[in-house]
Design a protein. Structure first.
Length: 162
């Protein structure tokens, strides 16, 4: 599913739209979604910590310099619960706002020593990829809650603009 168009990819728009149409993107009943590979997400009470980092796919557009480790179990679980509660991104083809190539990585640390990594896009269609679930839609109230759980000003992570 083509959710956003990154700067410099205009030549690929037609190909991406053609691929989406041929793949049946957006067809079917309302129960369809774009699933993220991975097993079943763990229960909230299994989360013991959170590591937040940023990255970019466009070198000339640096990501915000925010790297946070949350050791407060209640805050990490609150961030995880808020992430799981995000609504499913509806199927279809969308014209999203500009996507600046920045992603956020939330690595939820689990009691058994493993982790679950969620990738979020604060620009474009603003989505969250939670392994084992449907792609989620991220709204402004989520960013406020996440910033509180991370202990950073919301303006450090949202709205993102270069």
């Amino acid at each position: 599913m083509t959710r956003s168009i990154r700067p410099g990819t205009g030549c690929c728009v037609f190909s991406a739209l053609l691929f989406a149409a041929l793949a049946g993107c957006g067809s079917g009943g309302s129960g369809n979604c774009t699933r993220v590979a991975g097993g079943t997400p763990p229960a909230v009470d299994e989360v013991t910590g959170l590591q937040f980092s940023t990255a970019t796919t466009i070198p000339s557009n640096p990501a915000p310099a925010v790297q946070v480790t949350v050791t407060d179990v209640a805050k990490a679980q609150d961030a995880y619960q808020a992430t799981l509660a995000l609504p499913v991104f509806p199927p279809g083809v969308y014209n999203c706002p500009a996507d600046f190539g920045v992603t956020y990585r939330l690595t939820f640390l689990l009691a058994n020593g493993s982790s679950l990594t969620v990738t979020e896009d604060p620009s474009g269609c603003s989505v969250a990829d939670i392994p084992g679930t449907c792609v989620r839609s991220v709204g402004p109230t989520y960013w406020n809650q996440l910033a509180q759980d991370l202990g950073v000003p919301e303006s450090d992570i949202y709205p993102y603009s270069p």
